[in-house]
Design a binder for this molecule. Structure first.
Ligand code: DC
Length: 272
């Protein structure tokens, strides 16, 4: 009973009685960064579901800003005035609403469900240019930190472990072979009814990887303490298992710390 109502992993431990573990239950923050179309969202979503945590797709937030600029004509043929994008930020309200049929959260822009629109190729083509803008990054960072302030969150993106939550207890850096990533993305887009070619998608992935890792503001890079996960040869279940094992190891470590200093456990509960 207690086990079921306590989503965090500490409740499943056999070291202390469950009721006590629930009292000292400490939620953690899990940051997942990596290259485009590595399956970060798939992993983050299933991990969050397994742990009873919130999932935040930070890329969707940058996509919303880009989509809004495209539909307002602020981005034309890949060109835009920086000041006009910055002005749009004042008019943007972002939220995530759980969609039970998709068993995932949909992204809302000013109350409108834009989950499908923000995944389209014209958004993908422009999003890296929009996400270099300092003011855009500052606004997204503020929202993301607010969403993760109570911990118990899995957030994926490009700068989560390095900039948004540098103190995250678990950081994963994902990568995979470019052709495998491209094929996965092509399959995903095709399944959603988009007509795309392998070459077009590959070009987009490579240019986004380059832009995301070479920009001035919080570029994509592996945090020093992140664990690298190359999922080229792993399926969804295998990669989830890999990360759950890391979570389990973290739990054992925590248990050892609590054994040595029981005070620490109480303190970390207050912190969480
Ligand atoms: O995760 P995604 O492919 O949906 O992200 C789209 C773009 O958003 C990505 O190419 C770069 C940008 N992004 C970012 O700059 N920082 C993040 N934390 C997440 C995404």
């Amino acid at each position: 009973m207690i086990k079921k109502s306590c989503p965090a992993f500490f409740c499943t431990s056999g070291y202390l009685p469950n009721f006590y573990l629930c009292l000292v239950m400490t939620k953690i923050t899990i940051a997942i960064d990596g290259y485009s179309s590595c399956g970060k969202s798939t992993l983050a979503r299933s991990l969050a579901a397994k742990l009873g945590y919130n999932y935040v797709d930070s890329g969707a937030m940058y996509r919303c800003v880009t989509y809004d600029c495209l539909r307002k004509g602020i981005i034309k043929d890949g060109k835009f005035m920086r000041e006009e994008v910055v002005k749009v930020l004042d008019t943007i309200h972002l939220s995530f609403v759980y969609n039970p049929s998709a068993k995932a959260s949909d992204t809302y822009l000013n109350g409108e469900n834009v989950e499908k629109q923000i995944r389209q190729m014209d958004v993908s083509r422009n999003v890296s240019h929009i996400s270099v803008i300092k003011e855009v990054r500052e606004m997204m960072a503020k929202l993301q930190r607010a969403m993760g302030k109570d911990k118990g969150v899995v957030m994926d993106g490009r700068d989560i472990g390095t900039n948004i939550f540098p103190d995250a207890e678990l950081k994963i850096f994902m990568t995979a072979d470019t052709d495998i990533r491209t094929q996965r993305r092509v399959d995903e887009l095709t399944a959603k009814g988009n007509h795309v070619t392998f070459e077009e998608v590959k070009k987009n992935l490579l240019s986004r990887d380059y832009e995301d890792s070479h920009r001035e503001e919080n570029p994509l890079r592996k945090a020093d303490d992140a664990v690298v996960l190359d999922n080229s040869d792993l399926n969804r279940d295998e990669q989830l298992e890999f990360v759950l094992k890391l979570v389990e190891d973290l739990k054992l470590l925590k248990k050892e710390e609590e054994k040595v200093s029981p005070q620490g456990a109480v303190k970390s509960t207050k912190d969480a």
